[in-house]
Design a binder for this molecule. Structure first.
Ligand SMILES: Cc1cc2nc3c(=O)[nH]c(=O)nc-3n(C[C@H](O)[C@H](O)[C@H](O)COP(=O)(O)O)c2cc1C
Length: 245
């Protein structure tokens, strides 16, 4: 079967870009021009953030020494994944398709130091949260108006609400970034397993402890081809009006 003809460029049709944006783990070592990396970050900043706080930063790594240090940590988390989750084939995949993914993971692990660029989306809700919390009188009044049952519920859920809010203020931007990379013909993958030893990754990049990192996105020109993603039919994921058993 011949490879599908795909559109490339910033104006490529969005549905085509979305449906052919695969996790591209096998990258060429060729450098990615800085202006394209800036374009990816700009696309990320077009995404919404809670209260439009825009408390994100994107650490863009191209320095070879830093990449080599990241590669040593990447080796640890990739091996941990391959030795745990990598052993359990998800229901959505066959052994053969999962093995193809493992093979790409091993390739990426073994060539990580050659990754042309890595983007680390970060978020720091601290300054804005502190501003909200300083309004003690308003906070007390609003909490009182909730009534005791809801006030307890808000108290219980606030931490979850806040950490979800930070993540939800970053990941839409990550998706914009990945889609833009695909449109520009750049391979990229959303990854999160660095969070298992996040402090060590942050140390390499001098990221302060109060700033959260949400992904590590290796970026480069792909060795393979983009093509249609393999997903279950949407009908299997829809539950109309209520949660049908
Ligand atoms: C929340 C999330 C976390 C992910 N973490 C990792 C990761 O740590 N390492 C990795 O190689 N890929 C990671 N991925 C990429 C997924 O494995 C990939 O998107 C999925 O297998 C679909 O791949 P495809 O688009 O090529 O079909 C992650 C994706 C998501 C959405």
């Amino acid at each position: 079967m011949s490879a599908p003809t795909l559109s490339f460029g910033i104006d490529a049709p969005v549905a085509e870009v979305m449906s052919t944006m695969r996790a591209m783990r096998k990258l060429k070592p060729d450098p990615v021009p800085e202006e394209l990396l800036v374009q990816l970050v700009e696309a990320a900043t077009w995404a919404p953030s809670g209260s439009n706080a825009q408390a994100y930063s994107f650490v863009v790594v191209t320095d070879r020494q830093k990449m080599a240090e990241l590669a040593r940590l990447w080796d640890v988390v990739a091996n941990f994944y391959l030795g745990t989750a990598g052993k359990a084939v998800p229901d959505s995949m066959t052994e053969a398709t999962y093995e193809r993914m493992r093979e790409a993971l091993r390739f990426q692990r073994d060539h990580f130091a050659e990754t042309p660029a890595v983007i680390v989306p970060c978020y720091d809700l601290g300054p804005w949260s502190r501003k909200v919390m300083r309004n003690v009188t308003e906070l007390r009044k609003a909490t009182f108006e909730l009534g005791p049952r809801r006030a307890i519920s808000v108290g219980r859920n606030y931490h979850h609400f806040s950490s979800m809010g930070a993540a939800a203020s970053v990941y839409p931007g990550v998706q914009n970034l990945l889609l833009t990379a695909r449109a520009l013909g750049l391979g990229a993958t959303m990854t999160t397993w660095h969070q298992l030893i996040e402090d060590e990754f942050k140390q390499v990049l001098d990221i302060p402890s109060h700033v959260q990192t949400f992904a590590i996105i290796p970026v480069g020109y792909p060795r393979g081809n983009f093509g249609p993603v393999s997903r279950k039919p949407a009908a299997e994921s829809i539950r109309w009006n209520h949660w049908e058993a």
